[in-house]
Unconditional design. Sequence first.
Length: 120
Amino acid sequence: MSQRVETVKTFWKRMSLQEWDQLEKMFPAEARIFWPNTAETFTPETYINVNRNYPGQWRLDLEKLEETNDSIITVTRIKALNEAVSLRAISFFRFQGEAIISLTEFFADDTIMPEWRQKG
């Protein structure tokens, strides 16, 4: 297993445990985080603050991890502990050496299959 895979697994573990200070140290200051769904760009500090202040309590389960030549892609299920919200994050990690230099995350709500597709 590569060091980059270990880094990403550690990232998700720290995110799940809300180890914000340790999580922020995984990014160099010049790293950028992108959320295309809401057209937001974050520095490591602002990204950590958004997550730290996100309402509610959450469970995170890493469902899939794929390593390419220059990035790691993960699918993570994020579920509110009160069961009110469940979604998937598809995350693209890019590295500078062993540090996360860029993270792009797409989010999609878990929903039930539309009725029109249940018949086929």
